[in-house]
Design a protein around this ligand. Sequence first.
Ligand SMILES: *[C@@H]1O[C@H](CO)[C@@H](O)[C@H](O)[C@H]1NC(C)=O
Ligand SMILES: *[C@@H]1O[C@H](CO)[C@@H](O)[C@H](O)[C@H]1NC(C)=O
Ligand SMILES: *[C@@H]1O[C@H](CO)[C@@H](O)[C@H](O)[C@H]1NC(C)=O
Length: 812
Amino acid sequence: MEHRRLGLCVFLFLMFELHDVHGDLSYSIQEEMKRESVIGNIAKDLGFEVGILSIRKARIKTVGSERRYCDISLRSGDLIVSERIDREEQCGEKPSCVLKFELLLESPLELHRVSLQIQDINDNAPSFPTDIIKLEISESADKGARYRVDAAHDEDVGQNGVQSYTLQRNNHFLLNIQTTSAGNKYGELILDKELDREEQQDIKLLLTALDGGSPQRSGTVIINVIVLDANDNAPVFSQAVYEASLPENAVLKTHVITVSATDADEGVNGNVAYGFSRISEKSRKLFSLDRQTGEIFVAGDVDFEEGSTYEMFVQAKDSYGLSSDTKVMISITDVNDNSPVISLLSLTNPVPENVSPGTEVGIINVEDIDSEQNRKVRCFIQENVPFKLIPSIKNYYSLVTTDKLDRELMPHYNITITAIDEGSPPLSSFKTVQVSIADVNDNPPVFEEQSYNAYVSENNKPGHRLCSVKAHDPDWRQNGTVIYSLLPGVLNGAPVSSYLSVNGDSGVIQSVRSFDYEHFRSFKVYVMARDNGSPPLSSNVTVSVFITDVNDNTPQILYPSPEGNSFMTELVPKAAQGGSLVSKVIAVDGDSGQNAWLSYHIIKSTDPGLFKIDLHSGEIRTQRDISDSDNMKQNILVAVKDNGQPSLSATCSMFLLISDNLAEVPELKDMAYEDSSSQLTSYLIIALVSVSTFFLTFIIIILGLRFCRRRKPRLLFDGAVAIPSSYLPPNYADVDGTGTLRSTYNYDAYLTTGSRTSDFKFVTSYNDNTLPTDQTLRKNPTDFEEVFGDLDVSPEVGILAKQIVIPHVCFH
Ligand SMILES: *[C@@H]1O[C@H](CO)[C@@H](O)[C@H](O)[C@H]1NC(C)=O
Ligand SMILES: *[C@@H]1O[C@H](CO)[C@@H](O)[C@H](O)[C@H]1NC(C)=O
Ligand SMILES: *[C@@H]1O[C@H](CO)[C@@H](O)[C@H](O)[C@H]1NC(C)=O
C-alpha cells in the first residue's frame, strides 16, 4: 500500500516535471500531537536530496487565512507539526477530517498538494445539554410507556462518540437505547411499574452516557421525574425536518424559518413553547428562536466561509412538559464578499539591468476564499511596463520581463497587480510591487564635446589653467564616476605629461611648462575619461592646444649688422638721381602677425633731406639728386619697430659714401665715428678691398653668364643673387598677409623694387659652395679698379655688387 502510494507520487511528480501538473502527497496523523512531531519525510517522498529543499526554497503555503499547522524541516526534509491540531475545532462532527495545504518549490515553480488526515482521539467526554432533565409523567401512564431523553453528545466521532447509556437501578423505569437515522444514540425510559403520585411524587434517576474510546469517558445527567395528576397529548411538529437556505452576511433579525407544532389538547394544555434542544455553540451564536412563535432569526454574523450548513434540534413543549423535537437544517449560500488576496511569494529585487527578456523575477499567488464562480480569479498587471504575468500552476503566476531593461532610462518600476474575481458584482484587489533595477556598467563616459581647443599665450606660467574637459556617465555610483587622465604619448621627443596635466576628478587641464610660440604653435593630446566600474569603460577626446604669440622677440636686423657691431659702408654714385635705390635695411622678427609686422624709420641722419626710408620695405632711396655740395660721408641711424603691444625695436647705423670711386675717398678712417679705433679703420680697409675684389668677381660672373645663359637657365642669374641662409635666424614665423617674410625656413625677399633687371633674391638652399670654385675672388685692388673703371656699370649694378660683398666682409 505504502509502496503503491509512493509509486503514484513519483509518477505524478514526473508528470509534473513534464507537463506542469502537480503531485499529491498525503499523510495521516492523530490530533493533539506535540509540536515538532514528525508527520512524514517530504524529501524522501518526492525523491529529492534533502539539500534541494532549501535551495528551491520549499515552503508550506496555507490557503487563505488558515493557520499553518505544519512546517518543513529543511535540515531533515521532514514534515513536522508546528501547532496543536484539534480535530474537533477543525472538522466538528464530520466523520473524516482532512487538512489541505500546498508545498511550494521555486525555480522552476512547482506545486504539490499535501493532504493531512487528522485522526480522532478520545479527548472529549459525552455530555448532556443540561445537568437536570425535568420529566413530568402522569400517574395514569401505562406500563410500557416510552419517554425520550435528550441524547448526550460527544464531540469525538466514530467509536469515540456516544456508544451506550446506563440507567441507575430504580423501581419504575427501564432504559432502552435507540439509534437515529443519522447514527446518533439516545435513551428512552420505559415505564416498567406504574407510578403512584400518592406514593412517590418526585423520582430522581441517574443516566450515564458512555463513549467507545479507550480509555472510556462518560457523562451523567439527573432525570427528575415529577408525577402528575392529569393526562394529555404531546405537541406534534408539522415536519420531521425543516430546511432553510440563507445567504451569508444576512443582517441581524433576518427571518430564517418558522417551525410549528400543534397540541391536541385544549386550553393551557395546548400551549406550545419552543426551545433549542440540541444546538452547537457556534449555531447558538448565530440563530435565535422565538419561544412563542417558533420563528428562527439571524442573531450573529453568518459567514459562508466559516460554515456552510448548520443543524439544530428544536423542542416543542406543552405546559405539562410533554415534548417532541424536530431537526432544522440551515444551509448558507455563498455571496461574493471576499476580494481576491494577492500575495507576493518571491521577488528578485533589484533586478540587474542586463537580464534577458523572459527572466522570471517573481512568483505571485492569488486566493479568493469564496466558492464556485466567486473564487475564480483573473490576474494581470498594467501594460506600460516591460513585465508580464504568466499564469503558472493553479493560482500561481510568474512575473517575467518582456523586454530589455535599462536602469539609466527607468531605475524602478511600480508594478500594479490587479486581481478580479468572477462574482457578480466582481470584487478586485490591487497590489503594487516596486521592482528596482540594479546598475550594470554598460555606459562609457561620453565627453560633452567632440574635441576641445585651448588657447594659451606663450611664456605662460607653469600650472596655467588651459581648459577643462567634462564627460558624463549615466551609470550608478562608481560605475558612473568619471576619472580623467592623459593618454601617454610623445610630443617633440618628450612625454606629453611634461607638457600638460589633467586633474583626474575635475578634468581641468593645466600646463606643466611654459610654452614658446616660436618653438611650436600647437599640439594635440588625448584625454581619456574612464569610469570606476569593473571592468571600466572609457572614451577619449582630443584636446588641441594653440599657443598664441606674444611680442617677445625684438626685430632682428640682418643687414646692416646692428649698431655697434660693425661698420657698413654703401657707395652712392655722385650721379644718383632723386629716387635711386641706395641700400636696404633687412630685418626679421621671430614673432608673428602684428608682432612681426616691421616698420622702418630714419631716426637720425647727417643730412635729413637727402635720404628717405620706405616705411615697410626698408629701402633707402635718395630724396633728390646728389649735388656736389653734399657731404661725402653720410651717416644714417635706422630704427626697426614691430607692431606688437608694446612694440619692440632695434636700431642700426648705415654709412653712405657719396663717390663714384673708392679712390676718391681721401680719409677712410674719417668714416668711423670719433670713437672708432684704429683697429676698426683697418677692418674698413680690408672691407673695401674685399668689396672691390668681389665686385670684380661679380662682373666676371655677369659676363660669364651672358654666355652660359641658354645652357643654364636656372642658375643664380637672371638678376638673382643668393644670400647664404646662415644670415637668417633659425626660425621664422609664418606670417600671412603682413608683408613681412614668409615661411619658417624658406622665404624669398625682394631686396629691391623698381629695378627692371636686377632683383635680388635670397635662395634658401644656397650656401657658399654654390659659387663655382673657379670663380675665385681676386684680391688685387688694382684689378678691382680696372674692372670697375673700364666697365660702364650702371649705378644700380654697382649697388648690387656692393650689397653682396659687404655681408661677406662683415660676417667672415
Ligand atoms: C513609484 O511609487 C513611488 C511611491 O510609491 C513614487 O515615489 C515613484 O515616483 C513611483 N515611480 C514611478 C516610476 O511611477
Ligand atoms: C556596477 O556595475 C557592475 C557590473 O558591471 C555591478 O556588478 C555593480 O553592482 C555596479 N555597481 C553599482 C554601484 O551599481
Ligand atoms: C580613442 O577613441 C577612439 C574611438 O572613440 C578609438 O578608436 C581609439 O583607439 C582611442 N584611442 C586610444 C588611444 O585609446
